[in-house]
Each structure stands twice: as structure tokens, then as C-alpha cells.
Design a protein around this ligand. Structure first.
Ligand code: UGA
Ligand code: MN
Length: 245
């Protein structure tokens, strides 16, 4: 089966570096279609040019976060663009496996062999996340009986976005499936919208004993605080905004 690898991405100075590292991982994976979902009004031309260089089949779509969510105290990141990717799959794909691979995460190539055989929803540990350092389903006799995660928050499925994959035929059978604009609850609501039960979950990565994906994060440098240059009425701040920085 084909893997549809959904990457939400947004303009910031680290973006090209993140997508270069990720693209060069994905170059090693056969039968993979990369959906890069831009949190942007239009598909960023620079990103498009970069994507062409990897030689990976890809789809580049854009769907910006609505302004009202950008102003929220905790911003639900990557939702509008992941939703657009899900709609694209609903409209264009019949079978395969979908996976949400954020642009800053780190993927062991063995992960792809694991998720490719997903029948409904597969789950596996994610490293370098939260206070416990790992988030994982808890397995007993080959079955998921609970979850180990440092932020349970009353979630039914306290897992990270990188910790599960979904069979597309199964996904298509739930046309109401969606991701909410609710920071911290995107995964849980999405999985619940698939009417998932613990029994449906297929543990991967050797019974969830192996870490094959890491929730790495790149240190962000805040936008420079500069004196505003008044030049023919355009401030540097406005200029940077125009350039999507
Ligand atoms: C964690 C989870 O691992 C994400 O899957 C989840 O979306 C996110 O929290 C959340 O709920 O906010 P984290 O590392 O904290 O991830 O967040 P980011 O890596 O900053 O963002 C997650 C993804 O959304 C990335 O692929 C990023 O490029 C994208 N994103 C981020 C946007 O598309 N727009 C933004 O404004 C920010
Ligand atoms: Mn991240």
C-alpha cells in the first residue's frame, strides 16, 4: 500500500531547513506520496521549488489558519492545513495508509515498514515528548490496554500526532471524521471521530517497545527586534510581513 505522508508546514526562517531534512528522509521510502499542506493563503513558491528537487511524488496544497485561532492563547497548530490534506485524500484516494508527519519530527526509516500494513489504526511510541520523554500505548498480550503519556488531560486516546497511522479505506468509511481547532485535543478528537475502540488498535514497533519517531523541536529564534526603518512609507515590519516572515 501507498503511504500518504501529511506534513503541515508554515512560513518561518527554519522552514527550508526542516523540509530539506524531512525530504531527504522521505527520498529513501518507496511508494510514498508526500502531501505538504501549507499554512498559507497560497502555496509558497519557494516551498514548491524545494519539493520538486527531491523527486518524490508530492501534492502541495495550502489552507491558512483562520485569523481568529491565530489570536488564541494556545494556538491549534496545523489544523486548517491538515484538514485540507484530509479533504484531498477523501476526493482523490481510494486506498493506502495516512500518517501525520510534522515538518520538525525525526523519522527512522523502519517506521514506514511498520505503518504500511495498518488495517484500521496502528499505534507506536513517540520519543522526546513531554515530561516522561516518551508517549506510548501500553500493551498486554498483544493488545492496547491503556496509554503512557505525561499529559492525559481526560483524553480517551492520549497520543501524539506522530504516534498513529490510519488505513485510508477505514478513514473513508467515516466521512464525518475531522480534526478540531482545539489545541492539545486534535489527535484525540480525530481518533474519536473514527469511532475507534481500543480493540481496533494495532500495536506496531515490536509491541510498542521501539521508538521509531521522535518529537524533535528546533529552537526558534524570535523575530528580530529592529528599529523600524521608514523608507518611502514602508516599515521593515510591514516588509517582513509581506515576505511572510
Ligand atoms: C505538537 C504535536 O506533535 C503536533 O502534532 C500538534 O499539531 C501540536 O503539538 C499542536 O497541537 O499544537 P509541536 O511540536 O508542539 O507539536 O508543534 P509544531 O511542530 O510547532 O507544529 C505542529 C505542525 O503544525 C508542524 O508540522 C508545523 O509546521 C505546523 N504548524 C505550526 C502550522 O502549520 N502552522 C503554525 O502556525 C504552526
Ligand atoms: Mn513539532
Amino acid at each position: 500500500p501507498m503511504i500518504y505522508f501529511i506534513t503541515p508546514s508554515y512560513p518561518r526562517r527554519e522552514q527550508v531547513a526542516e523540509l530539506t531534512r524531512l525530504g531527504q528522509t522521505l527520498m529513501h521510502v518507496p511508494n510514498l506520496h508526500w502531501i505538504v499542506a501549507d499554512d498559507n493563503r497560497l502555496c509558497n513558491a519557494m516551498v514548491m521549488e524545494l519539493l520538486k528537487k527531491f523527486g518524490i511524488p508530492f501534492t502541495h496544497i495550502s489552507s491558512p489558519m483562520p485569523e481568529m485561532y491565530r489570536k488564541a492563547s494556545t494556538v491549534p497548530r496545523g489544523v486548517a492545513n491538515r484538514r485540507a490534506a484530509l479533504h484531498w485524500i477523501q476526493a482523490n484516494v481510494k486506498q493506502g495508509v495516512l500518517y501525520f508527519g510534522d515538518d520538525d519530527n525525526t523519522f527512522d526509516l523502519r517506521l514506514f515498514n511498520e505503518i504500511r500494513s495498518t488495517k484500521k489504526v496502528s499505534m507506536f511510541p513517540v520519543g522526546l515528548i513531554g515530561d516522561y520523554g516518551v508517549s506510548s500505548p501500553v500493551i498486554k498480550d498483544g493488545k492496547v490496554i491503556g496509554f503512557y503519556d505525561s499529559w492525559p488531560a481526560k483524553r480517551t486516546f492520549p497520543v501524539d500526532m506522530a504516534g498513529f497511522a490510519v488505513n485510508i479505506d477505514f478513514f473513508l468509511k467515516h466521512p464525518e471524521a475531522s480534526m478540531p481547532y482545539k489545541a492539545g485535543y486534535e489527535e484525540d478528537h480525530f481518533l474519536k471521530s473514527l469511532n475507534l475502540t481500543l480493540d481496533d488498535i494495532e500495536p506496531k514497533a515490536d509491541g510498542c517497545t521501539q521508538v521509531l519517531v521522535w518529537h524533535t523541536q528546533t529552537t526558534k529564534r524570535p523575530a528580530p527586534t529592529v528599529k523600524i526603518h521608514k523608507q518611502s512609507g514602508t516599515s521593515l515590519k510591514e516588509l517582513l510581513h509581506e515576505l511572510d516572515y
